[in-house]
Design a protein around this ligand. Sequence first.
Ligand code: NAD
Ligand code: MN
Length: 362
Amino acid sequence: MKTYKIATIPGDGIGKEVVPAGREVMEALTTAGAGLRFEFENFGWGGDYYRQHGMMMPEDGLDALRGKDAILFGSAGDNQIPDHITLWGLRLKICQGFDQYANVRPTRILPGIDGPLKRCAAEDLNWIIVRENSEGEYSGVGGRVHQGHPIEAATDVSMMTRVGVERILRFAFKLAQSRPRKLLTVITKSNAQRHAMVMWDEVALQVSKDFPDVTWDKELVDAATARMVNRPKTLDTIVATNLHADILSDLAAALAGSLGIAPTGNIDPERRYPSMFEPIHGSAFDIMGRGLANPVGTFWSVVMLLEHLGEQQAAQRVMSAIEAVTANPALHTRDLGGTATTAEVTKAVCDQLAAGRQAEAA
Ligand code: NAD
Ligand code: MN
């Protein structure tokens, strides 16, 4: 039986609830006879680790992850520690350390979910957002001078390299090519950002020549928000810079019904390093520790993890189990207007996987 080494990093807040739930579902998959098993190693990094050691993860933490087949991550963010410390000290340290330059975010309205777009049929919204995940506006380049004085100045410089731009656009064109509609929208802001974004547009045009079967267009990021709401069906694969896609993908998650459902993969397409899968939501301080967290975003992230490992059939089984569960309003958590707990939803998905096995045996 195929065995995969999986690192789990729950992190902070509801990450500590949804990651163990994700692990339960993966174990249920093995029990259900999917023909694969997982060796888990858990890493208790995050805010609590910071309070003890003054850092979010150990200096040599990446070495402990290097030999894993994939990472399942929860959230970095603690209500007693500034967000830029928790984010840069853990999640970005892993994403950048392992050059996970493609952040992939599928969005669909799952069965039984009531999305806010009343003029749109559920099947009209089926997107996959590709976010540049290694440079751009979140390069961390910049500084502050004259701190605390009236003449204080601060910069965050957006760094775009031709290599960085080309590899993410190529990834997006390839992904678009693999989907039935072969449709790509390149998000830009080259009217106002007249240097790097103009290069971005030029590289898009250049890369597009290698994908003659992909239909593509360009959209300014502000106009893109309106298009997502008013004409969702005109979009399929979407590629954008680090900052632009960060914002667009939260909008996408909300349009699909809840932030608690949306998954993401931080992917090293060259497979030099393990890739990392996580729900897109954060620590959710307002609900943490109360069993209210929706674990579906984590389960869908498990689906992406399995797809990345090449386990398409297992991935499909988990996705079908998720959809069977969302279709039942009695199994909706509070963010979806229901009363189900994290544990109830998790059990229902595990039961669904087990039932799938019985159906096969019968
Ligand atoms: P958040 O995603 O934590 O919460 C936003 C809102 O959505 C809250 O009302 C929350 O209750 C709700 N929500 C989120 N996930 C949910 C789920 N699974 N089920 C039910 N409801 C859910 O965003 P925030 O409040 O902006 O950030 C809180 C902390 O998380 C901050 O420290 C932030 O930096 C961090 N954060 C981390 C990541 C990450 O590690 N990838 C992502 C976003 C935010
Ligand atoms: Mn975000």
